[in-house]
Design a protein around this ligand. Structure first.
Ligand SMILES: O=C1C[C@@](O)(C(=O)O)C[C@@H](O)[C@@H]1O
Length: 247
């Protein structure tokens, strides 16, 4: 899958760095850091849940600013709710309204849609994104647990049935065995389905998935330039240096 000049799902995994500034001033600072480090990442993720204190107009302005300053880079928009490890407190209906508006008004390349939202909401957002030519990344997170391998495979499959184009699972492991289950699921899903997949095991125990996940078929590595947004992330400088060891 080629988005701008980035081939997702081919070659080594692509580095995604997240912008988590809370307002335009902080976003502009992150843009400066990104310009100075433009060889360290492939994709920018805008974490819309960081803009909770802003009006809708200001929220959209932050998104548009990133898009216009980094027009050559694929832009992923994510609004991560509290239930799935983010800061977003919107209800399901508000989540749907926000994502619809972002798809409609902003020239984003990829949208993260939380898969375990109500089915009709996911349906509607997937259709809307596809009409606009925005790539659909379906995601599931569990900040406490890791399900069994079979359940992860079933989730990947259900995501495909729902129209997912990039399929992402992120779980908190209790032990090394959980980490291996995530890597096995990523590996088998990559072999079985013709779709880019992502599998993350969070926290210290799961950190190996953020470094060597590509060996097993994970296509995106979530990272950061200045501020980590999730437990276990590896900074983009270190990640970039070390990913080559797995080429
Ligand atoms: O969902 C994910 C993955 C992530 O939570 C991580 O664990 O690295 C980081 C988030 O920014 C992103 O949206």
């Amino acid at each position: 899958m080629k988005i701008k000049n980035v081939n997702i799902g081919e070659g080594s995994p692509k580095i995604v760095v997240s912008f988590s500034g809370h307002n335009l001033t902080e976003i502009k600072r992150e843009l400066n850091v990104a310009h100075e480090n433009n060889d360290k990442f492939d994709i920018i993720e805008i974490r819309g849940d960081s803009f909770e204190a802003l009006s809708r107009e200001e929220h959209i302005e932050c998104v548009q600013t990133v898009i216009s300053e980094l027009s050559h880079i694929p832009i992923l928009y994510t609004y991560r709710t509290i239930q799935e490890g983010g800061k977003g407190g919107k209800s399901a209906a508000e989540y749907e309204a926000l994502l619809s508006e972002i798809i409609e008004l902003c020239d984003i390349d990829i949208i993260d849609i939380e898969f375990f939202k109500y089915e009709d909401i996911v349906d509607h957002l997937v259709k809307k994104a596809k009409e606009k030519g925005v790539t659909v990344l379906l995601s599931v997170h569990d900040m406490e647990d890791t399900p069994h391998f079979e359940e992860m495979m079933a989730t990947y499959q259900a995501m495909i049935a729902q129209g997912g184009e990039i399929l992402k699972l992120a779980y908190m492991p209790k032990n090394g065995r959980d980490v291996l289950s995530v890597l096995s699921a990523v590996h088998d899903a990559r072999q079985a389905f013709d779709k880019p997949v992502v599998g993350i095991s969070m926290g210290e125990t799961g950190r190996i998935t953020r470094l060597a996940g590509g060996v097993f078929g994970s296509c995106l590595m979530y990272s950061y330039l200045e501020d980590s947004v999730a437990d276990g992330q590896i900074d983009a400088h270190l990640l970039k240096q070390n990913l080559t060891k797995f080429d």
